[in-house]
Unconditional design. Structure first.
Length: 114
């Protein structure tokens, strides 16, 4: 059971080495989700007593730290891309409807005094 966890963790760690661009990213993220689900199920089956003092525990902890670091990097890249996409979509909207942001109160008198 622990060897399965180690193999799944190693596969996830290796999968997180590079982040693809474009259309391949959807499959990449789906694979990450699949590996995380599998790893979570294996961790749920193990008790802390099983891991206590096991010879592979230091290696598992090292892999876990590397996985967390790489997942954070992937999250930052995806967040940055989403932000850029939203910004480009907003600029496209402003380009197609240039006068949307201009307030036009035509033919109306506004008296600020009360």
């Amino acid at each position: 059971m622990i060897k399965d966890l180690l193999a799944t963790s190693a596969a996830l760690f290796n999968h997180l080495t590079t982040v693809p661009e474009g259309e391949a990213r959807d499959a990449y993220i789906a694979r990450i989700d699949e590996l995380l689900d599998k790893r979570g199920a294996l961790l749920a089956q193990l008790s802390p007593v099983d891991l206590q003092g096991h010879q592979l525990l230091p290696h598992l902890l090292e892999l876990d730290e590397g996985i967390r670091t790489r997942l954070d990097k992937v999250m930052l890249i995806v967040k940055k891309d989403i932000k850029n996409f939203q910004k480009s979509r907003e600029s496209e909207r402003q380009y197609t409807n240039q006068y949307d942001s201009v307030r036009n109160i035509d033919g109306m008198y506004y008296d600020g005094k009360k």
